[in-house]
Ligand binder design. Sequence first.
Ligand SMILES: [Ca+2]
Ligand SMILES: [Ca+2]
Length: 112
Amino acid sequence: MSDSDATPRPPNAPDEKVAKEALKAFLTMDTNGDGYLSFEEFRSGLGTLGLEPEFVRILFNSFDRDQSGTIERKEFLAAMAVMLHPEDTEQQIGMVFDSYDSNKDGSCSSTS
Ligand SMILES: [Ca+2]
Ligand SMILES: [Ca+2]
């Protein structure tokens, strides 16, 4: 597989504030300071939000774009930028939806 993020997206006005907030969140969640978020770190970082464990897993997978099992800083910042840009709602939904739609049939129904 070639590098998937090859589609250059014209950046919406780069939002430094969002990037800073996201970076701060990343550093807070990276409790062992190795520069990656493990699933455990991600989960406990989001623990205060009271999300469903299943949703946390889905969110983690959608953040972890290269499926490495850890969220690198750039993955986190990219995902946060999408999450925090209301005008990118479509992409945001698509991102989460892709993770739900594991069998790629275009529907969210996971009952087999
Ligand atoms: Ca870490
Ligand atoms: Ca990764």
